[in-house]
Write a protein that binds this ligand. Structure first.
Ligand SMILES: Nc1ncnc2c1ncn2[C@@H]1O[C@H](COP(=O)(O)OP(=O)(O)OP(=O)(O)O)[C@@H](O)[C@H]1O
Length: 341
């Protein structure tokens, strides 16, 4: 935020912080027609005589605008978009107290990382470390860096300014709202302009993921497990500004997992998911292997594994078809060619 007014064009500033026109008015600055200038360039366009005549002090005005934006953002509770270019995990200890088998892992935005390991090995713990932005203050002793720096404390304590969106297996709604009311509330809190359009978009994407369609008037408490998961995934992808998405096992959610991942990654988020599902595990660009509470290995997907993924998807679609047939009360027939490439 510090040097914001030095480089951003006035037009962009006005769009992002509409309230700054009051600052210009209070300082008797007419910026009309200077939308393509930064505030600094605008102030510099005055001649020395003009500056003297109207008592224009470039430094003071620039500092003042910065301060004004900061204070208004805080006062209005506006969520600042934070660009996360990388998430870094620095090694801690496993359950026996031994140092983990790596020094540091850096993950870039737009990457999918899967986390695999036996039950109870510490997959959820790793996600929790990231959510808490651990600073050697969790049982694992890991440290999390954002853009190679210790993240701002505000991530931990502000519910508005979430670094991380978490999608977990148990998503039980207790609020007495329809899907429409719930999404509008969320859209309002995110201050989007075209609420109805965004809400329509979310419901469309959610229905793309869920098996059984639902509409905007459905009470959220009567959504099935799969439907509420689909809704939360679409909501996270479209409305949440959290740059990091943590997923704890979506395999049993009864939703289209592949579409769900694509929806999340297309919004340029860092996605980490703990999974026991081979298809999901291979959908990661890399996978973290956890054993006895520690990160044991980091494996990049190979070309051979990409072929394996293709085969697995074929098998999966056979299983899906059979599942659908069973759901529709049909009897299954032997399928001899189903498993060939
Ligand atoms: N490095 C560690 N040091 C100490 N305790 C740890 C460590 N890693 C994990 N634990 C603890 O071990 C327990 C099991 O871990 P966790 O729930 O993360 O396993 P999981 O791999 O997610 O299991 P599941 O596959 O069953 O969901 C938790 O209580 C967790 O806090």
């Amino acid at each position: 935020m510090k040097n914001k007014v030095n480089s951003i064009k006035i037009g962009e500033l006005k769009q992002k912080y509409p309230f700054i026109i009051d600052y210009f008015a209070a300082n008797k600055l007419n910026v009309d027609g200077y939308e393509d200038y930064s505030f600094k360039e605008y102030l510099e366009h005055f001649t020395e005589e003009e500056k003297e005549q109207w008592a224009i002090d470039t430094e003071v005005l620039m500092e003042g605008l910065n301060l004004y934006i900061n204070q208004m953002v805080e006062f209005l509770g506006i969520k600042e978009e934070t660009s996360v270019k990388s998430l870094t995990i620095l090694a801690g200890r496993d359950k026996s107290g031994n140092k983990e088998g790596f020094e540091k892992i850096s993950i870039k935005s737009g990457e999918i990382i899967s986390i695999v390991g036996p039950t109870g090995s510490g997959k959820s713990r790793l996600l929790a470390d990231i959510e808490w932005a651990a600073q050697n203050d969790t049982p694992t002793g890991r440290t999390i860096l954002i853009n190679d720096e210790v993240p701002d404390k505000k991530w931990r304590f502000s519910s508005n300014n979430r670094l991380v969106a978490q999608l977990s297996q148990n998503m039980n709604f207790v609020m007495d709202l329809t899907v429409h009311e719930f999404l509008i509330l969320h859209a309002k809190s995110r201050m989007v302009e075209n609420e109805e359009e965004v809400v329509k978009n979310i419901i469309e994407e959610a229905n793309n993921l869920a098996g059984e369609k639902f509409d905007l008037n459905t009470p959220i408490t009567s959504l099935s497990g799969g439907q509420s998961r689909a809704l939360m995934i679409a909501d996270t992808a479209i409305l949440s500004s959290s740059p990091i998405v943590l997923i704890d096992e979506i395999e049993n959610a009864g939703i289209d997992r592949k579409k769900a991942l694509h929806l999340l990654v297309s919004s340029d988020k860092v996605v980490l998911m703990a999974t026991h599902d081979p298809i999901l595990a291979l959908m990661g660009d890399r996978r973290i292997v956890i054993k006895n509470g520690g990160i044991k290995d980091i494996i990049e997907i190979s070309d051979e594994e990409k072929e394996v993924l293709f085969q697995l998807e074929k098998m999966d679609s056979v299983i899906q078809q059979m599942r659908n047939s069973l759901r529709n009360g049909e009897k299954l027939e032997r399928c001899n060619n189903c498993y060939r490439n």
